[in-house]
Design a protein around this ligand. Sequence first.
Ligand SMILES: Nc1ncnc2c1ncn2[C@@H]1O[C@H](COP(=O)(O)OP(=O)(O)OP(=O)(O)O)[C@@H](O)[C@H]1O
Ligand SMILES: [Mg+2]
Length: 461
Amino acid sequence: MEKILIVDDEPFICENLKRILEEEHYETVVDRDGRNALNILKRETVDLVFLDLNLPDMSGLDILVKMKQWDPDLLVIIITGYASVESAVKALKLGAYDYIKKPFKADVIKLIVKLSLETQNLKREVSTLKKQTEDLLGGQALIAESPVFLEMLKQVREVAHHSETTVLITGESGTGKDLIARTLHNLSPRASRPFFEVNCAALPENLLESELFGYESGAFTGAKGKKIGIFEAADKGTLFLDEIGEMNLGLQAKLLRVLEDKKIRRIGGIQSHEIDVRIVAATNQNLREAVSAKRFREDLFYRLHIVPIHLPPLRERPEDILALSKTFLAEFNRKFGRKFKDIGPDAKQLLLDYRWPGNVRELRHVLERICIMHDDEMLREMHLPKELTASHPRDDSPSLPFDFPIPEAGINLEDAVDQFTQHLLQKAMRMKDGNISHVAKLLGIPRGNLRYKLEKYQKGQ
Ligand SMILES: Nc1ncnc2c1ncn2[C@@H]1O[C@H](COP(=O)(O)OP(=O)(O)OP(=O)(O)O)[C@@H](O)[C@H]1O
Ligand SMILES: [Mg+2]
């Protein structure tokens, strides 16, 4: 039961508030002159305070300041007369959560208390979760800046509360399916219960079955004693079935039965055991195609597909590319004692233009490698691996080694081509240490022709 402290000198107001709040089953404590309010806070766990700003012997604002010093997260709602809305606004600036005007209506009080306590709980939940996620992932928090990813997270938050609902997470490799499955669990009422992860591709079929279902002693050769399966071990928690597309058809049928009946039978067992597990499945395959190819059961597909969550590829989330890059840089700065502070515009553009076939995992590895190999203050094009610099621009049209500007006044084409040729010759000569045969081969021209060009352009210099 939440406890609410009422600080007001008017007995009528105190009584009125007390009655309204107790109707809603909140516990109340009343302090008539404000002198004792702080002591009450220090002594008892108070969830919310109603504070009158006009107290006889102490300014309500002073009390507010002291209260917020004691507990910065404390919810304080100011009670104010019509005349003193200005001081209420001042109080909001000092950290009060909201204010109500006298005389007040019971409904308004009930609503404001309900909403503010809910907000407070959410805030607490988020900070605990943040900490839990960081612990779980060894200091790695979920980064989300792009509108598409934030929208997807909204769905995750929504479905997390429906703790029985099966969820299917799809997305290319490295888009964060694991991370989202854990986040879903952490945001759900099952958060304090176990989270189990099974990779369906990693185990041979019969081993996967005995891991999931467990077995009774003597169920098969080598089954010494009985073993509880993961379905049972994960009771009240979440079971994450990764790479579900790799599960074989026989086991798919058994999984479907578990999802329908919410019961399992250990291998070799007679008795069924009720289970209460939320299944979260993930795949980077196109399951619809797998269904058409008869590699995946259609009924299971629809059973899993109740709430599909799709993680968009990283290349479609430019805001995330930059936010993740900064976070990973900071992380690897710490890890490898580097001092990268910022990303230069050249490198930024290349990071944004690259296709990222391995998505966030690839981005993470790229930045880790950079921090191992280089130390600088600004991340620049020269630090980036070849695949990023070579793929620019993103489409497959042949790329020029330099972008030749054409001023409004025009250029002389012959001269421009000459400059371009000279540029390529010099580059090729550097690459092959001036070895004429190798350079000629590199440029696809006969040696005689190369000699002629070299002479011409070197003369022309
Ligand atoms: N939004 C994100 N914020 C922070 N880190 C992320 C984010 N998305 C992914 N990562 C990190 O990228 C790496 C790959 O993510 P994850 O393992 O969840 O991908 P996946 O989709 O499960 O890949 P696969 O299909 O290969 O199993 C992990 O190190 C993960 O922590
Ligand atoms: Mg994964």
